[in-house]
Structures are given as C-alpha cells and as structure tokens.
Design a protein around this ligand. Structure first.
Ligand code: BES
Ligand code: MN
Ligand code: ZN
Length: 490
C-alpha cells in the first residue's frame, strides 16, 4: 500500500531553521504578519519575505497560492515556500494550504514553520492527503521520500489531533490504491486477500466464495460474474468498537473489478477507465481501515460484492431472467447495468444478517450521474431525511461534494417488466434515478438507507483540492465523520 508521509510535530526551534537542507515553508497573511518562524526566515534572508509581501505578485495572489524563493542566501535550504493564507482560515483553507506544500515538495525534506497557525493538524492532513502518487507500476519510482517536520505552538496537542485525521488519510490511500489498480492485478481474489489482511488491524473479515453465495441464493450477483474466470466473492468486514449487541451501521460497496459491459459490450474508447468500477468497494474498504486505525467507538460492518463483468460463452445474456436472494425476479435487459444486480443481493444479505441501524451503499453505478452532476458531486438518494441530512452535513464538513437526488413511484414504474418482477434498466430518462429505484426495491421499509452514486467522483482526470488526478478516495472522510458524529458514544 502507498505509505502515508510520516509527519512529526515539534517545538519551534529557530536555531534549526538556517541549517535545514531541504525546503522550508512559511505562511503569510495578506498583511504580511509573520510568526516566529517567518521572522527568522526573513532575518536570515535579509528581508526577502518582507520584500515578497510588498511585491505585486503577492498582492495579486489568492489564499492557498504559493510562491517559492529558490536557494535563499543566508540559509541552507533549497527553497523557501511561502503560502498565502487568510488571517482566519477555515478547515478547508487550512487543509488546502497543507496540500499546496505537498505539491511543491517532491522528494525533499520539508520543514514547515507553523508557530502562528491554529489548526496545525488539519494543515498536516491536507499535506498528507495530497502527498500521494500511484507508483506501483513505475519501475523508476523513487524509493525514499524525505521527512516532514512541522514546528508549531503545541506539538503534543497537534500530534494528538492529527492521529484520527491520519487514520482517515490512510484509509483514503487504501481506497485510492485499490481504485487505481489495474484489473489484471486487482482481481476478485487479490482484492479479497487485501481485505482479509486487515484482520491485522483488529477487523473481523470473512470471505464468502461462490459455493457459499450459491447456497445463500445470491443469483443476481453470481450471474454478473459467471462470464469471468475470476470467481465472484462477497467480503464481510466487521468493526466492533461500539457497545456489544448494538446493531451496526452497514456500508455496502460495488466491487466490479472490471466492467466490459458483458454481452452488452461497452464501446472500446475509454473502456480502460472501468478498472475503477470497484470504487464503491474501495471506499468501504478504506473507511473500515480508517475506523480500525482510529479505533472508532462504533459498530460498523462493511460488505463488498466482488465480481468481474466479462462477455463469454457462459455470460448472462440480455433477456435472461434471474432470481435474486430476496426472491424477486429480474429481467436482464442490459448486461452493462450490472452494478445494481451485484448490490441488490449484498444489500439484502446485509439486512437479513445484521439488521443494521442504517445502510449506505456506494457504487460507480451510472454514467448518467456524470451527465447530471459532473465530477463535483456524488449523487445522494435516500428514503430517510434525517439520515440523509446527517450524511450531507458530514460530506460538506469534509469538503466532499454530495447532492441529493429524487426518488418516487413514477420513476419506479419505469422498471416494470412484461415477464418478470422488474427489468434491470428503466430506459434513457433519469438513468441514475431508476438505478436507485432498482436498489430501493431491495431495501426493507424499516431500514434507513442512503445510496451514493460515485461514478463521477471516485476517479477524475484533473487534480482536486486534496488529490492528484486518478482515484480520489472520495467518501472515506465523510463516512468517518458521519460515524464519529452520530454513532460514537463518547
Ligand atoms: N460502471 C458503469 C457506470 C460508469 C460509467 C461508471 C462511467 C463510471 C464511469 C455501469 O455499470 C454502467 O455501465 N451503467 C450503464 C447503465 C445503463 C446500461 C442503464 C450506464 O451508465 O451507461
Ligand atoms: Mn456496466
Ligand atoms: Zn459497472
């Protein structure tokens, strides 16, 4: 797994600044107010920071922008990185400031002078989140990365505040690694192995194989995987940090390790992107990791359906009718609408086995959600306003875009089938909503439920605030916060 940058917090020791051989970072607000560290840098460089504050370039810069002074005289550093900060930054602005340092850093040792900063842990979180690159398959990848030291006011406090945040970052890194991984490397089998390895963190992990899934009657899930040489699996991950006997929150993930479309084959252009079609399962895995790492005081169970959607002599065909674990029959109109066939059985199983207090499923489910919301927001569908609002609030607090979408009988009607209980597609109109309606048919009325369509946000082609292009890890922070705010009794 891609390792998190270790970040150490220390007392501000101005004597060490002149001799630091890597990069040195300082924060300046628009008035150019300097904390102890910045004053020291300014003195060593004979007023370079003060002159920079006067310069037009600084006046025109926006909060979060950076300017670098290369090879400053009077210091051993290769560069001083100046981050433009507003005087009272929000959490998001503080995280972004940290992220901008990660972008500049490369492999260098970094000394961050943050004596005047209030939320040092959030700055460090932003730095850690952005200091990611997926190098598993780069043969020339640099092995050693320099260390990061943050000199700040109360290092022990900052360290303690950073602990749960770094747990989230580690979870997000796992999500990114899984989501970025190509399908010949991350098969259903290796995926299950990666999850099973999390027992070392105190999670209970169970891998259900095809015989067991057959026994349980998960025919719709199995039908998706039947054209692939990789065996379908369901993995159950339990974190029991809450009171014994309390019903858990259930997280369900779509884990299609590759989606060719099956017999309803996708066009060739861009098909390589479908390595990320297990993104929902990736978020569930990363969230479970974060919960274990920060020893969350809650009971949460994560279930992922791992399959590969391939065309072959035994693949499901358009027109096939499959019986789900619930017992409802599905007429498969389009084998490319496979995610819902996987999720419906896992969701039903989760409710039957765990009677969860709530259920959240995550899936790269529809291209239509990208048409609707682009890459800024995940689509949020729910049968419960309070539950939904709690999630939206958590997502907003973490800077993860989420936008509620409608559900309703008229949409559900579009799934009517002539020969079975339902079709697996509802036609071109409102494609993301009819997909959600399909899922809702497998939600018991008493289960508060949220469906997150993350097709647009799980992996993106441009850098975002806290992630380089590629898999983002969207959702790990929001879910961890939701659990912290609503399920942990402390
Ligand atoms: N995995 C895709 C959805 C997707 C598309 C994710 C683009 C990420 C980027 C899903 O399985 C799919 O193929 N959905 C179809 C549904 C249609 C056949 C009703 C779609 O969106 O075209
Ligand atoms: Mn598909
Ligand atoms: Zn898919």
């Amino acid at each position: 797994m891609t390792a998190l940058t270790p970040i150490r917090f220390a007392e501000t020791d101005i004597e060490q600044i002149a001799g630091h051989a890597g990069r040195v970072a300082v924060f300046l607000d628009p008035e150019g107010r300097m904390d102890a560290g910045a004053r020291r840098v300014n003195k060593l460089t004979r007023g370079a920071l003060a002159r920079l504050v006067e310069a037009e370039k600084f006046a025109k810069s926006k909060p979060g922008d950076t300017m670098s002074l290369a090879f400053p005289t009077g210091m051993a550093a290769v560069a001083v990185d100046v981050v433009h900060m507003v005087r009272r930054p929000t959490v998001a602005e503080t995280r972004k400031a940290g992220a901008s340092l990660a972008k500049l850093r490369g492999q260098a040792d970094l000394l961050v002078l943050a004596a005047g900063m209030r939320r040092t842990a959030d700055m460090a979180f932003g730095l850690a989140m952005r200091d990611y690159s997926f190098d598993d398959h780069k043969t020339d990848a640099q092995q050693r990365k320099g260390e990061v030291v943050v000199m700040c006011a109360k290092p022990d406090q900052a360290q303690a505040a950073a602990m749960p945040l770094m747990a989230v970052a580690e979870g997000a890194f796992m999500t990114r690694d899984l989501t970025n991984a190509p399908a010949n490397i991350l098969t259903t089998t290796t995926f299950a192995e990666e999850l099973a390895a999390m027992t070392a963190l105190g999670l209970k992990v169970e891998v259900l194989d095809e015989d067991q899934l057959e026994e349980l009657g998960m025919r719709t899930l199995l039908s998706v995987g039947q054209g692939s040489d990789s065996p379908s699996k369901v993995v159950v991950m339990e974190w029991n940090g809450g009171a014994k006997g309390d019903a858990p929150l259930a997280l369900i993930g779509k884990g299609v390790v590759f989606d060719t479309g099956g017999i309803s084959l996708k066009p060739g252009a861009g098909m390589e992107d479908m390595t990320m079609d297990m993104g929902g399962a990736g978020v569930v895995a990363g969230t479970m990791r974060a919960l274990a790492r920060r020893k969350a005081a809650a009971n949460v169970v994560g279930l992922v359906g791992l399959v590969e959607n391939m065309p072959s002599g035994n693949a499901i065909r358009p027109g096939d009718v499959i019986t789900s674990m619930k017992g409802d029959t599905v007429e498969v109109i389009n084998t490319d609408a496979e995610g819902r066939l996987v999720l419906c059985d896992v969701m039903w199983y989760a409710q039957e086995r765990f009677k969860p207090v709530g259920m959240i499923d995550l899936a790269t489910l529809t291209g239509a959600i990208i048409v609707g919301l682009g890459h800024e927001n995940a689509g949020v569908f729910s049968n419960n306003d309070a539950f939904c609002n709690a999630f939206l609030k958590a997502a907003e607090a973490e800077g993860e875009g989420a936008w509620r979408m409608p559900l309703g009988q008229a949409y559900d009607d579009l799934l009517k089938s002539r020969i079975a209980d339902m079709k697996n597609v509802g036609g071109r109109a409102a494609g993301s909503v009819t997909a959600a309606q399909f899922l809702q048919r497998f939600v018991k009325p008493e289960t508060p439920w949220i469906h997150l369509d993350i097709a647009g946000v799980a992996s993106v082609k441009t850098d975002t605030a806290l992630a380089p292009k590629g898999a983002t890890g969207w959702g790990v922070a929001a879910l961890s916060r939701l659990i912290l705010d609503h399920y942990e009794k402390v």
